[in-house]
Design a binder for this molecule. Structure first.
Ligand code: B12
Ligand SMILES: *[C@@H]1O[C@H](CO)[C@@H](O)[C@H](O)[C@H]1NC(C)=O
Ligand SMILES: *[C@@H]1O[C@H](CO)[C@@H](O)[C@H](O)[C@H]1NC(C)=O
Length: 423
């Protein structure tokens, strides 16, 4: 059983309070989240750099899981970074390694060495080229924000132009970026603001930072603590913790926001990885400031193994779910609906599997593993495509669902739709 290792710095931080006064998570909650992250390492299909980053920011660097994950990240980087990773993935690997006190310029594994920073610069340049030619990046502005953040923390060129574009986008009245994207962009701009001496640039960054952080505070006030949804809270809290000087003299009611997070039982490793840094008063901006020496000497606090006995969903009672698939976007249009019975507590994935078993010619589908769990890539032979910016969107009774098909549990009598859409 893997123990949870606490950095002594974290224990002190929890006892004494950090930058966010009065807003530190109970040690028990932090320990439980770390345990879930560690438990996820041996069972996840691909190494998750966000998990390593979160462990490092929480000062929990002593576990066997941490060691295994670091090794996997290094191996994956030499194998896949150049050919198969998006810019944002490379950025997350850089942040993970940086926070592990490893030099991303020389990642060594399997007898090979790669320079992840050079790869990140190249991939960021591609994103910028696409932005200039097509008005949209090759992937998403979320990834571009991660790119700018990682390059800025490492102080290598390539983030200045990206930050300018992001700042202008954030200030544009037509822009409707998600809370998640704005939060990561805020972290990147805060880093850039600290690096530049150019007056006009500082002003632009300041304006964007002031606008977004004030919008977050407004939204929190209006929605009783919530900024975006429960899964954007981690990044939003990180952003607000790191930028108090940009919304001063306004004060942030962090206790109200924290209570939302405390009230939610985060189970997905990726969700925990985004929320845990905020709960210990840190943000991705501090990826370069992890105290590696003291962390490696810190004592280890053994936790009793967490109970993994999930209430195994399958109580016998059956529920009925309407399930539709619709394409009115591309090629031959189609629309099919079926009614599916599954045990109460089943995931949407289960509903889709039962529909496929009943009518394989119609309800066939495919998924790919991602950091957030299985993502639906194709239904009825129609595949999502990042070049066309298409994807399968999921709605439940006309509202976009807030979790993936591997976690979302449809309610009795609800109508779930998969709609081929663009982003
Ligand atoms: C960009 C984005 C998208 C884009 C991805 C486009 C692309 N090709 O890059 C699109 C629009 C396709 C998308 C779709 C969805 N998304 Co989304 N997405 C994001 C966002 C803003 C950034 C992800 C990212 O680029 N990470 C950086 C890269 C480098 O890391 P990555 O691991 O390679 O990222 C991949 C995965 O994140 C994956 N992905 C993106 N969203 C989702 C959602 C789920 C459930 C899964 C399994 C995978 C997945 O696509 C990324 C690119 O390949 C996150 C925000 C966040 N806080 O993480 C939300 C987020 C991950 N998405 C979310 C949701 C709910 C969805 C949808 C289920 C929405 C819906 N109702 O249909 C769908 C997925 C449906 C399906 N087909 O299975 C939630 C997940 C919450 C949860 N607990 O599971 C998040 C956290 C937003 C939020 N705060 O609600 N998303
Ligand atoms: C700003 O930069 C200085 C010097 O590089 C660094 O010590 C400080 O921590 C940075 N502050 C932030 C908020 O990033
Ligand atoms: C679901 O709804 C149907 C019809 O309203 C009902 O007969 C059935 O008992 C419900 N199932 C559960 C588990 O509540």
């Amino acid at each position: 059983m893997l123990g949870v290792a606490f950095g002594i710095g974290l224990l002190l931080a929890l006892a004494g309070g950090t930058a966010t006064q009065g807003c530190v998570a109970p040690a028990k909650l932090v320990a439980q989240m770390l345990q879930r992250l560690e438990d996820s390492v041996p069972v996840s299909e691909q190494p998750n750099p966000s998990v390593l980053l979160a462990m490092n920011l929480a000062g929990a660097t002593n576990s066997a899981a941490h060691k295994i994950l670091l090794q996997q990240i290094q191996e994956d980087a030499v194998n896949r970074a150049q050919k198969d990773m998006t810019s944002g993935e490379v950025a997350l690997y850089v942040l993970a390694l940086l926070s592990s006190c490893q030099d991303p310029r020389h990642v060594q594994a399997l007898g090979q060495t790669v320079n992840l920073l050079r790869i990140l610069q190249e991939k960021t340049a591609e994103e910028m080229e696409n932005l200039e030619n097509n008005g949209v990046p090759k992937t998403t502005l979320y990834s571009v924000s991660l790119d700018a953040l990682a390059l800025c923390l490492e102080q290598v060129d390539g983030y200045q132009k990206a930050s300018t574009v992001l700042a202008k986008e954030l200030l544009s009245p037509e822009s409707h970026l998600s809370v998640d994207t704005r939060a990561v962009a805020v972290l990147a701009l805060a880093c850039m603001h600290n690096r530049t001496n150019n007056h006009d640039m500082k002003h632009l960054l300041q304006d964007a930072l002031r606008k977004v952080t004030n919008d977050f505070l407004d939204e929190q006030e209006m929605k009783n603590g919530m900024i975006g949804n429960i899964y954007s809270m981690g990044l939003a809290l990180q952003a607000l913790e790191a930028t108090s000087k940009f919304y001063a003299p306004r004060k942030w009611d962090c206790a109200q926001a924290f209570s939302k997070v405390h009230g939610h039982d985060y189970r997905q490793p990726m969700a925990i990885a985004q929320v845990l840094p905020a709960l210990v008063g840190r943000s991705y901006l501090e990826a370069a400031h992890v105290d590696c020496v003291s962390a490696s000497m810190s004592p280890s606090l053994q936790m009793s193994p967490s109970s993994t006995s999930e209430t195994s969903g399958a109580s016998k009672a059956l529920i009925t779910v309407q399930y539709s698939i619709t394409n009115k976007l591309q090629g031959r249009h189609f629309s099919y609906t079926t009614s599916v019975q599954v045990p109460d507590g089943s995931t949407l994935l289960k509903v889709m599997q039962v529909a496929e078993e009943d009518k394989p010619k119609i309800f066939s589908f495919q998924t790919k593993p991602t950091s957030w769990g299985p993502m639906v890539t194709s239904i009825h032979g129609l595949e999502a495509n990042s070049e066309d910016r298409t994807y399968w969107q999921f709605l439940s009774d006309n509202n976009a669902i807030e979790e993936g098909v591997g976690y979302y549990q449809p309610r009795n009598g609800s109508h779930v739709e998969a709609v081929f859409s663009t982003y």
